[in-house]
Design a protein around this ligand. Structure first.
Ligand SMILES: *Cc1c(COP(=O)(O)O)cnc(C)c1O
Length: 502
């Protein structure tokens, strides 16, 4: 078995190695996709679920399945969604996680260092993101991603808001359930106030029993719908019998813009939340990493827009996006670990007890899962390897490429920069949206770009019109080379379109 493993790892590396002069395709060929599809086990075949053994299985995986995967990790120009990619040290750490298969459920300091590594990584993240002292974020854990963290955020907000209206120490939602606890507390409605909140916020609202329709969009204006209207927020907070969670989009996933413009907005929100007893949740999945951009003038505006986020009650961060660790990885922070245990306590299981008292909570009592993967290790490895300066440099490169693309589009005769053509380039973080001026070129644009397999974009809508969305999210970004390719590709598409019509 040892020889098999050694050979297997070698072959995986050979197959996944990126050759610099021949960058990876962003998408597999249609031929590879159908070959893989045809190779999937057929219910009707006589050898369905027969035993093939590890060697033949490895040949199948590397020869047929792998060529039909997309290049999101291997190409620096997979600009779809916000996928991120994987730093080599993170991939190595992730393989260690698999090799040692630690179950990070219970804090067992005499038996494994795993929970302490998790805690160390979480503390390093608090410092990296400059959120203040680690004692100010006593509730912290790893999740499956920003959706998971948003579920935790709404669950904690809901718990704290309702128990705040009950006598000190009285049982709240975690114990009584949402109906009984709200009745006792005189809460008739729990609402989530946001501006262009991520779709997962609506899902989270459904999961924790608030309902998707509890999420209210309060855009500052038609021109800047990602900005949160603080006047409207205050009006909502004044409603009798209603408890409110304010969900700050930092940043908004379609445009990359931010709900607040600076520390003054966040201070105002904090004052309002304290006055009316609301909870502030920041969805900072990818946007919060603007806080680690170098403190130079070119990033000053962005850094302002993420200033003050540390005034929140809970924060969502994604690991598998800009931090470039593998799926799945998210982080959640909140002020008090007791809010998390009120919701996630796994009670009455004596055999799962950690015994003794410790500053480190057993993960099974503060998060969704009981058994789970050692999610912290790739994050820990990236933080150890890159440090603040290395990560800051990677983030700066992502922003430089996004701004280069935004500028090229702004200067082009064939394309229009969105959400506004004359936007300040200093507002661009890692997301750029645009459309072609010619409608028929515009309709075909996403497909044409993606079929080239040289770069990959997401299709989106802006103000009802079809648009293209670029999200730069990989450490592999090479600003000069990638910008050159994107510019050439945009120019060629416009030219060929004109030729085809003349
Ligand atoms: C991507 C994203 C999410 C969802 O994150 P997953 O990691 O896919 O669960 C939530 N909020 C924002 C702002 C995002 O960008």
């Amino acid at each position: 078995m040892e020889a098999f493993m050694e050979q297997a790892y070698q072959r995986i590396r050979q197959s996944a190695t990126v050759i610099t002069h021949a960058p990876a395709r962003t998408l597999p060929t249609q031929g590879n996709l159908s070959a893989a599809r045809d190779s999937l086990p057929k219910l009707s075949s006589a050898d369905y679920l027969s035993s093939n053994g590890p060697e033949a299985t490895l040949d199948h995986l590397l020869g047929i399945i792998v060529p039909a995967l997309n290049g999101q990790n291997r190409s620096g120009r997979y600009f779809g969604f916000v996928t991120g990619s994987t730093l080599p040290i993170a991939e190595v750490a992730d393989n260690i996680v698999s090799a040692y298969d630690q179950n990070v459920a219970v804090h067992l300091p005499a038996q494994t260092i795993a929970t302490e590594v998790e805690d160390a990584a979480l503390k390093m993240l608090v410092r990296l993101l400059d959120l203040g002292g680690t004692e100010a974020w006593e509730g912290r854990t790893f999740t499956t991603g920003a959706t998971g963290s948003n579920v935790l955020g709404l669950a904690c907000g809901r718990e704290a808001l309702v128990s705040g209206k009950l006598p000190e120490g009285a049982a709240s939602i975690g114990e009584l359930g949402i109906l009984r606890a709200c009745m006792k507390a005189g809460v008739e409605e729990i609402q989530v106030l946001t501006s262009m909140g991520h779709s997962s916020l609506y899902k989270a609202a459904s999961v924790v029993g608030l309902g998707r329709s509890s999420v209210k969009d309060l855009p500052k204006s038609d021109a800047e719908p990602w900005r949160l209207d603080l006047v409207a927020v205050e009006k909502e907070l004044q409603r009798e019998g209603v408890a409110s969670i304010v969900a700050v989009s930092a940043g908004e996933v379609n445009t990359g813009r931010f709900a607040t413009t600076g520390v003054a907005d966040m201070k105002k929100l904090r004052q309002l939340a304290d006055r009316y007893g609301a909870w502030i949740h920041v969805d900072g999945a990818f946007g919060i990493f603007a806080r680690i951009l170098p403190a130079t003038s070119e990033f000053a505006k962005l850094r302002d827009q993420v200033a003050g986020l540390e005034l929140a009650d809970s924060i969502t961060v994604d690991g598998h996006k800009l931090l470039n660790v593998p799926y799945d990885n998210g982080i959640f922070f909140t002020r008090k670990s007791s809010t998390m245990t009120s919701v996630f306590q796994n009670p009455n299981a004596a055999y799962l007890s950690a015994g003794g008292s410790s500053e480190i909570q057993s993960p099974l009592n503060i998060g969704l899962e009981n058994s789970r993967r050692f999610r912290a290790l790739p994050v820990y490895a990236v933080l150890m390897s890159e440090g603040i300066s290395g990560l800051s440099e990677i983030m700066a490169r992502m922003v430089h490429l996004a701004r280069g693309i935004a500028q090229a589009i702004r200067e082009s005769d064939d394309y229009v920069l969105l959400p506004n053509a004359d936007a300040d380039l200093e507002d661009t973080h890692v997301i750029v949206i645009f459309r072609a001026k010619d409608d028929s070129l515009n309709e075909a644009l996403v497909k044409t770009i993606n079929e080239s397999a040289e770069w990959y974009v997401s299709g989106t809508k802006w103000k009802g019109q079809t648009a293209c969305r670029v999200a730069v999210a990989s450490w592999r970004v090479d600003v000069e080379r990638d910008l050159e390719l994107v510019k050439r590709s945009l120019a060629t598409m416009a030219e060929e379109h004109k030729k085809s019509r003349s």
